[in-house]
Design a protein. Sequence first.
Length: 106
Amino acid sequence: MAIMEISIVPIGTKNASVSKHVAQSLKILETEKEITYKLHPMGTVIEADSLNKLLEVAKKMHEAVLSGEIKRVVTSIKIDDRKDKKLSMLGKIKSVKNKLDKEWIQ
């Protein structure tokens, strides 16, 4: 498994809101099979079985926003690709929460 955080920012929009452009990129995720994603306020985290799949999806999302009225897009990507054990979004969150609970008990 590999995990990617992606943030797509259209440049040169007519107003400050970019949510309709973010929605365009998320429509790509709704059509993809074998991925899991979670939207958060500053980007989207995507989980897939391979790094290649994540990069393919990132390109599609980037291009979806770049089509139409938007002529420039800045896309930031962070990737976590681990081979020594199974990796998942939920597993990463549980790991941190477990450590927090232990610290708070002491």
